[in-house]
Design a protein around this ligand. Structure first.
Ligand code: ADP
Ligand code: MG
Ligand code: ZN
Length: 445
């Protein structure tokens, strides 16, 4: 066994250039995947190194690992990175030219394909032109693993639902004997169950990082009580960014708004107050959006003021704060969005600017969406109820007199963490109560 271990570490070094596993969890997942006798479910935060959990086993196995990932851009990044490491990886997608596509299919059809990792989008899985190739690989026992990245996309209860992910259950059924690995960064209990069911995972081994992150400081500010909310936000940003301005370079931050207009207004107000901020939303031209993202990634702009379309796949270490100008649509989404702060492990701030008016609007929007979905479908579903209860959990997070970290951990089914002053309630419960009292006085006026 010790020998097996040295050779695993050796392979890690040879193929990926790493001396050690990121964590015990990463190592445990990889060993479980390599055993190959069980399906595996992995929930680790972004940046924890989930990709390696299928990439290393892929290199150590006979055949090809099929990787499903939701976005061509994410796939391209990974494939480029693997190619730099001299790892035979490629992607079949709608953007591929005929010539390249034919080359790949020829390799896959050969008696011993050179390819180790094949990335595809879920749309591609469903494409009739690609079906025979997969069935053929499977019948020749050349598929080592099926890895489904961003597996929460399969769940209507989660954020980022993609209908095409639902087809993966059928794919799974057509690949008997190929162990499946599902990976995601956030999955509350109900989403976990949904993933297991939709992907038809067979009593999977589950590897889940506890949700509590002690370096994140959470607080909630009632926006309607503020004389000038923009000045308040500006002060928060100044403070959050001042915590780190030494050799490691200036930190940066994200402000999330619900609407495009909200993004524009907040970015304008912050700029006026002297912080460099840029809006990011679907109403911008693609070029402007990319520029805003790049400027922020490179630190030319400190604050990006964005709708939730911003962030998937963004991995930036020194995000010192995430502020929500509007309420997130569920506690799961909020945990995911706010969790983009502090990936480097340094203290970072997560703040929600709460307003009951906002709550009413969001509540209306969610119920409207649920009704529309039901109408289209003709029936009600469990997931409809959960869209509403997940939102209610978000509201409770803001309105309850209790530890914010505890609320999050409880929601995800974890035990109560030791917050140790990493939220406004644990630091100063009297202030939280005073704010709630002032808010309720305001609402009955
Ligand atoms: P995730 O998918 O969990 O968000 P990634 O797989 O994209 O994370 O990995 C995040 C970063 O961590 C990548 O730059 C990757 O190369 C790096 N990484 C992964 N495993 C290790 C390791 N064992 N040692 C050092 N760096 C690692
Ligand atoms: Mg990933
Ligand atoms: Zn607390």
């Amino acid at each position: 066994n010790k020998k097996a271990m040295t050779s695993l570490k050796q392979a890690l070094k040879t193929h990926f250039g790493f001396n050690n596993f990121r964590s015990k969890l990463q190592e445990d997942v990889i060993k479980a995947v390599l055993r190959g006798d069980r399906d595996v479910f992995v929930c680790m935060p972004t940046g924890a190194g989930k990709s390696l959990c299928y990439q290393l086993p892929a290199m150590l196995s006979e055949g090809i690992t099929l990787v499903i990932s939701p976005l061509i851009a994410l796939i391209q990044d990974q494939v480029d990175h693997l190619k730099e490491l001299n790892i035979p990886a490629c992607s079949i997608n709608s953007k591929l030219g005929m010539g390249e596509r034919r080359l790949i299919l020829a390799d896959l059809g050969s008696s011993s394909p050179k390819l180790k990792l094949l990335y595809i989008t879920p749309e591609m899985v469903a494409s009739p032109s690609f079906q025979p190739c997969l069935t053929d690989l499977c019948s020749r026992s050349l598929l080592s693993y099926l890895a489904v990245d961003e597996a929460h996309c399969v769940s209507q209860w989660g954020h980022d639902f993609r209908p095409d992910y639902l087809k993966l259950g059928e794919l799974r059924a057509r690949l008997p004997g190929v162990p499946c690995l599902a990976l995601t960064a956030t999955a509350p209990k109900n989403v976990q169950e949904d993933i297991t069911k939709s992907l038809r995972l067979n009593s999977p081994l589950s590897f889940v990082t506890p949700v509590f992150r002690s370096n994140l400081h959470y607080d909630v500010i009632f926006r309607d009580l503020l004389p000038n909310p923009y000045v308040h936000l500006h002060a928060f940003i100044k403070k959050a960014l001042a915590m780190e301005n030494d050799s490691k370079g200036q930190g940066c931050g994200i402000v999330y708004c619900r609407t495009r207009e909200g993004c524009e207004t907040v970015a304008y107000q912050l700029t006026k107050l002297g912080v460099s901020a840029k809006p990011y939303h679907a109403g911008l031209k693609a070029g402007d959006r990319t520029e805003a993202q790049n400027d922020w990634m490179q630190g030319k702009v400190l604050v990006i003021v964005a709708t939730i379309s911003f962030g998937m796949g963004v991995d930036k270490a020194n995000v010192r704060f995430v502020a929500h100008w509007n309420l997130a649509k569920s506690l799961a989404s909020y945990y995911q969005e706010s969790g983009r702060a502090g990936r480097d492990g340094l203290p970072s701030s997560c703040r929600t600017y709460y307003s009951p008016k906002d709550k009413e609007q969001m509540n209306f929007l969610i119920r409207q969406e649920v009704a529309r979905r039901q109408e289209k479908r003709g029936t009600a579903k469990e997931s409809d109820k959960s869209a509403i209860t997940d939102f209610e959990a978000m509201v409770l997070f803001c309105e309850q007199e209790s530890c914010r970290h505890a609320s999050i951990s409880k929601f995800f089914g974890d035990k109560t963490p030791n917050c140790a002053g990493a939220c406004d309630f644990c630091r100063n419960p009297k202030m939280v109560r005073a704010q709630l009292e002032r808010a309720s006085a305001l609402s009955t006026k």
